[in-house]
Design a protein around this ligand. Sequence first.
Ligand code: NAD
Length: 367
Amino acid sequence: MKIIVTGGAGFIGSAVIRHILQHTSDQVLNYDCLTYAGNQESIPAYLTTQKDAKTGEPQYQFIKGDICDAELFTALLNQYQPDAIMHLAAESHVDRSIDGPALFIKTNVVGTCNLLECARKYWLSMAEERKSTFRFLHVSTDEVFGDLESDDSKFTETTPYAPSSPYSASKAGSDHLVRAWGRTYGFPVLITNCSNNYGPYHFPEKLIPHIILNALQGKPLPVYGDGKQVRDWLYVDDHAQALLTVVKEGNVGETYTIGGNNEKQNIEVITSICDILNRKVSAKPDGISDYAQLITYVQDRPGHDKRYAIDASKIANSLHWQPKESFQSGIEKTVQWYLDNPDWWQRVLSGKYQLTRLGDSQYHETL
Ligand code: NAD
């Protein structure tokens, strides 16, 4: 397959691309405008320089482009001729959406609408055989469903939408557009709604990397409110595997909810990280014998959702996908990855990752 991944320099998009390059012979093109969240260093050079064994063509290409740019994206579709689009480009941080919602509407809603229109026109121009197998996978979040009380049953594919934050409202809007394009135009869409991801190459503004890196630097470990908010954590490589399964084997028009079956309170996540670091790190910051000493309660986020939980039985039963990692195994791997890869996160914290962007591929110049 030839796959375009939008947002492939982000946390989940880069995991999807690493998965494709490591485990398949598919060709992949990363279309990303490189916001602060885009980091080309999240896909190691030994993978991006791989060539197809038979044709000698590069297996990976990168185009710097905005999902709101219809002209560039249309030219790309016509030249690259993809079999599928996996749409992950988005503004994704809830706190940033509270500070500045307009960008979330532009990227997540208007950008998705633009991609749908460009992709639909490309799809209409395809030969019948390829047209019937083309897929547009829209990657979304469980946050579109709002939140749950502790005794409510988990989110499923039929849970009504009730988003709480500007971020989740913008993702809900984009989901509705994707479904409408499927229903109105017969465009072959699939949607996934996933729970919180964690793992390697996660931008340090998000909870788990933020806690690991603050702890290593002897800084306070901020806990919103009482820390009892519950999230269902999924290891990012398990999500990448699920997304590839859906794009290749999912039924057109269907939605799949994806989760790790790992409900944890935020405070439990933070204390697990402290326990692992206590075991693994002998040279602790000055005055610290237990990383939990750094835990500091701070004012809660406005509109903070209490609990998310996913029932992932549909994807398990129909597509035979199951997460491989438990929370314990995944968080151990994640903490170890941050200990082993200070170059990656130090360049993110210092902002250097944005100064040394790798050049756009030659392919870009021919568009
Ligand atoms: P991320 O913020 O790490 O990455 C987003 C990527 O999109 C970045 O590389 C950024 O440069 C790119 N991008 C942003 N605006 C763009 C634009 N206008 N044009 C082109 N590229 C643009 O996000 P993530 O955590 O990898 O999430 C990916 C997708 O998965 C998002 O749609 C998000 O809503 C969804 N999701 C995330 C989680 C999670 O826990 N992180 C869970 C469920 C669903």
